[in-house]
Structures are given as structure tokens and as C-alpha cells.
Write a protein that binds this ligand. Structure first.
Ligand code: F6P
Length: 538
């Protein structure tokens, strides 16, 4: 047993939070600003050029003090030590959780299962860099002597979402390589892509920790068949690479041993972009930028381990999230990055957050009677303003929002960038302040509307306000800042899992659907039971 088993509802702090909630629930965020002229300063964290403004939340000093006590009561600091030391905190699978180790670039020893894994990690990383440098510089040639110009990442879930999100996010730092992602088992998608690929200049990277995933293996086989038809069997060894923990299965697939990059079972799929599973990122942005990505995350690891509670970005964000989920009954959280480059961040976080903390059994095997992970959703700003912000402003649900912004534009385009940031600030402000009846009536009067028109329109134009948000502002979109951003969310997930007394690092809930799909595919069952099956397969 490596993690504490403490029911959060039975702690003194939880009881205090309940009372505190009743005390504070009638106070608006705007009131809190009036009561504390230094609120912005007191409720924000500056970490090496990154600002987290969490002042626009339904919290005060007491809220944070109680949450700090809660973190002590549930032994959060010991849990953090177990996490970073590689203890087997993924207890249901008997594994350590060491994505923090694969991004650590120091030479400090880390013994896991009796082995110093620092050396192993270094060697694996160097192999990834050596191979990707050869592709990027054009030293590596395909079977017909041509340079590689296109990379296809074949993987799903953590073997797709992280590499895809980061590759897109760091588009500005990309080299000449054309990067594609295939994840879904949708044959139309893969055949559409194959139609435009040149086998002589394309490298396929099959990423699958288990090398058992139906989607990835089906796509891999389809690609291999197409490739052999266009070329010859021997050419496969030059154009297929595998990243996996299942070395035997890769060999069965026919990938040559110098093209195999191992993944370790102590790195979870949804946290694996820092490891060999991030080879597509290294190819897309090059070694130096990949190292910057790692060092950004590593900075946050250090911050998370050492910063005091009130200055600790992941801890504060985690507790604010719990506050809304468990006390205000918020069911979802929206993530809205104000850069098109991060348009896939919500999808990435959907897996990392919900696959980790979408659980309903505690660490003692009991069904729990409180809420865990919120539903994560979102899209890039300003597009989301013209899609779902109506609901956040005037709908019936409480939806806390994380706004993510960047002070400077990459292309130094001040005109657009000012507008982009003005929109971010406008939304954050509007959510908090709202617009009351008097303000609406005044505005309508100034538009020369008559009394009846004003009476009719006013209720529709009132904004309640008091909607909570966090805002994270980074200098600009850089590999380091993207590394920091991802690591912040990873540690937020960890803290929440510890508080909720659940196992965050397994994902048994995805297994049943996989099993049933496999059964349905077995011939005899195709004609069988459900009417949907007979309709689809008749
Ligand atoms: O969806 C379940 C899952 O196991 C994820 O956790 C994982 O990221 C994904 O499938 C892909 O798994 P693999 O890398 O083993 O193909």
C-alpha cells in the first residue's frame, strides 16, 4: 500500500469547508474584490514569467487556508514523494508513475525495481534524438535513396493526443517535415491519407504502449499492406518505426530492431509524450526544442514539489477545482486557450483528466458517494465565444473556466494580438461582473427605446455575473511554456486524485467496450443478439 486511504468527507477540513461554503455562498466575486483592494495581488501567483490569476473565484483567504489544512490531513506531501520516487502508486496495475522521471534531464540517480533508471532514460532519449536528427537533416534515406519528407504517427489515446497537441502547439518551431496523425479505426480516414502519400518518402511511426490496441494494429496492418503493394517487403524495415513496451509483438509485426524505441510500463500512455512516445514531436520540432519542452515541465515538477501551498500553481488549481465540483456542484470545467495553436488542448485534457479521475471506487475498493472528475471541454478563444459562451454567461449551469493566454504574438502582430487579448480580458471580466437590471435599463434608455420595449428586453439582457475563472498568462507560445502548461495540469490531476481517494493512473473503464467490440467482430456473433448488430452487419 503506497498511498493513504483517507475518505475526504471524514476529514475535519471537509466539515469546515461545508460550513465555510454556507458562509460564503452569498458573497459575489465582485464583493470579494470590493472587500480586498489587493485581491489580484493576493490571489495570483507569478512563477518565472507565468502569471496565474485565480482572484476571480468564489474563494477567500479562509477557503485556501482550509484547503491547505485538508492537504495536510490527507498526507498530500507524502503522496507527492511516493509519486516522484517511483513507488507503485498505480496500485491496481502494480506500477510506478514516472512521467516526471522521463522528462528529468539531471543525472540524479533514481532507483526503480533495483535499477537506476536515469541511465536507461538517458540512453533511450539519446537514441530518439540520434534517429530524429538523421531524419531531419536528411542523412537517413528511404529504401529508394530518397530523403524522408512525411511522418505518419499511428496511435490512439495517449499515443496520439499528446504528440498531436504538442506538434500543433509548436507549429511555429516546426521544420520542413510534413506530419500526419492517424488514430481512429475509420478506414475512410486512413485511405484518404494513403491516397496522397508517397511511400518512398514517408516514415510510419507506430506508437502503442501495449501493441495490442485494435485501432492502431488495424491501421498499422492496412498501411503495411498498402506499402508492400507499392514497394516490396524488404522496404518495410526502412519505413516503419515502433514505440512500445511489447517488444515481442513489434517483432511479429516485422519492424527491425534498430527502429524499435521502448516505452516503459512505469509511464502511463496519457502521460507519455515526454518519453520515446514523443518521437514525432522530436521529429517535428527538433532536439533542442524538445529538450526545452522537457525542461519547462521539469521546472514545474520542481515548483510543485517545493513551492508553499499558496504559491503552488497545481495545488491551488486542484483545490479550486474540488471546491466547485464537490461544494458548488459544478459538473464541468471549460478550458479556453487564446491561441489557435492550442486548439487540441481540450481534447488532450479530456483524456488526461477524465481517464485519470473519472472513477467511482475509492482506494479501499468501496463505491464512493461524492463527485470526482468534472467533464472537461472547451475550444480556442475567440471561436468559443461565438459557440458556447452564451451558455457559460446565461445558461443554468455553473461552469468554471480556465483561460489561457500569451502576452506576445509569435509573429509580433500587435494589431491582432491586442484584439485577441482584449477578448480574453473582456470575457473574464464579463463572467465576473455581469450586467445588472439597472445597467441594462440605462443602456436601453440611451438607445431611445420606449418603456414597454425596455420592460420586455431587460430580463434577456441581464448577465448574472459571478461566474468563476482562472487565467494563466504566459510570455508566448514556446516549447518551454507548453511543457510548463501540460505539467501544471498533470499535477493538478494528481492532487485531485489524492484528495478524492481514488487511483488516478489506471483506466479499467475503457476495457469493457474494447472486449465487446472484439466479441462482436467474431464471426458467429455478427448475426447474433442485438437488433443494432443485425441492422449494421446484415
Ligand atoms: O483508451 C485506453 C488506452 O489504454 C489509453 O490509456 C492509451 O493511451 C490508449 O488506450 C492507447 O494504448 P496503447 O498505447 O497501448 O495503444
Amino acid at each position: 500500500m503506497t498511498l493513504p486511504r483517507i475518505n475526504p468527507l471524514k476529514t475535519k477540513s471537509w466539515e469546515k469547508l461545508k460550513n465555510h461554503f454556507n458562509k460564503i455562498k452569498g458573497t459575489s466575486i465582485s464583493d470579494l474584490f470590493v472587500n480586498d483592494p489587493n485581491r489580484f495581488k493576493n490571489f495570483s501567483i507569478n512563477f518565472r514569467g507565468l502569471l496565474l490569476d485565480f482572484s476571480r473565484n468564489r474563494i477567500n483567504d479562509e477557503t485556501l487556508d482550509i484547503f491547505e489544512k485538508l492537504s495536510e490531513e490527507i498526507n498530500l506531501s507524502d503522496a507527492i514523494k511516493s509519486y516522484f520516487n517511483g513507488e507503485k502508486i498505480n496500485e491496481t496495475e502494480g506500477r510506478g508513475v514516472l512521467h516526471t522521471a522521463v522528462r528529468n534531464q539531471s543525472n540524479n540517480k533514481l532507483i526503480h525495481d533495483g535499477v537506476n533508471i536515469t541511465e536507461k532514460i538517458k540512453t533511450e532519449r539519446e537514441r530518439v534524438f540520434k534517429f530524429s536528427n538523421e531524419i531531419v537533416t536528411g542523412k537517413y534515406l528511404g529504401f529508394s535513396g530518397k530523403k524522408i519528407s512525411t511522418i505518419v504517427n499511428v496511435g490512439i489515446g495517449g499515443s496520439d493526443l499528446g504528440p498531436k497537441m504538442v506538434t500543433e502547439a509548436l507549429e511555429f518551431y516546426r521544420n520542413h517535415l510534413n506530419i500526419k496523425f492517424i488514430s481512429n479505426v475509420d478506414g475512410d480516414h486512413i485511405h484518404g491519407l494513403l491516397k496522397v502519400l508517397d511511400p518512398e518518402t514517408t516514415l510510419f511511426i507506430i506508437v502503442s504502449k501495449s501493441f495490442k490496441t485494435q485501432e492502431t494494429l488495424t491501421n498499422g496492418e492496412t498501411i503495411k499492406k498498402w506499402f508492400i503493394e507499392k514497394t516490396n517487403k524488404d522496404a518495410v524495415s526502412k519505413h516503419f518505426v515502433a514505440v512500445s513496451n511489447n517488444l515481442d509483438k513489434i517483432k511479429d509485426f516485422g519492424i527491425s530492431s534498430d527502429k524499435i524505441f521502448p516505452m516503459n510500463d512505469w509511464v502511463g500512455g496519457r502521460f507519455s509524450l515526454w518519453s520515446s512516445a514523443g518521437i514525432t514531436i522530436a521529429l517535428a520540432i527538433g532536439q533542442d526544442n524538445f529538450q526545452e519542452l522537457l525542461s519547462g515541465a521539469q521546472e514545474v515538477d520542481h515548483h510543485f514539489k517545493t513551492a508553499k501551498f499558496r504559491d503552488n500553481i497545481p495545488k491551488v488549481l486542484a483545490m479550486i477545482g474540488i471546491w466547485y465540483t464537490n461544494f458548488w456542484n459544478a459538473e464541468t470545467e471549460a478550458v479556453v486557450p487564446y491561441t489557435e495553436y492550442l486548439k487540441s488542448l481540450p481534447a488532450y485534457l479530456q483524456q488526461s483528466v477524465m481517464e485519470s479521475n473519472g472513477k467511482s471506487v475509492n482506494r479501499e475498493g468501496e463505491k464512493i458517494n461524492y463527485q470526482t472528475s468534472p467533464v472537461i471541454w472547451g475550444a480556442s478563444g475567440t471561436n468559443s465565444q461565438h459557440a458556447f459562451f452564451q451558455h457559460i454567461h446565461q445558461g443554468t449551469k455553473l461552469i468554471p473556466v480556465d483561460f489561457i493566454g500569451f502576452k506576445n504574438s509569435l509573429f509580433k502582430n500587435t494589431e491582432h494580438h491586442k484584439k485577441l487579448l482584449a477578448n480574453l480580458i473582456g470575457q473574464v471580466d464579463a463572467l465576473m461582473k455581469g450586467k445588472n437590471k439597472d445597467e441594462v435599463e440605462k443602456e436601453l434608455k440611451s438607445k431611445k427605446m420606449n418603456k414597454d420595449e425596455i420592460k420586455f428586453l431587460t430580463p434577456y439582457k441581464v448577465f448574472e455575473g459571478n461566474k468563476p475563472s482562472n487565467t494563466m498568462i504566459f510570455e508566448k507560445v514556446t516549447p518551454k511554456n507548453i511543457g510548463r502548461l501540460i505539467a501544471i495540469y498533470e499535477h493538478k490531476i494528481f492532487v485531485q486524485g489524492i484528495v478524492w481517494n481514488i487511483f488516478s493512473f489506471d483506466q479499467w473503464g475503457v476495457e469493457l467496450g474494447k472486449e465487446l467490440a472484439d466479441k462482436i467482430l467474431q464471426k458467429d456473433n455478427l448475426k447474433s443478439s442485438s437488433s443494432l448488430e443485425s441492422y449494421l452487419f446484415s
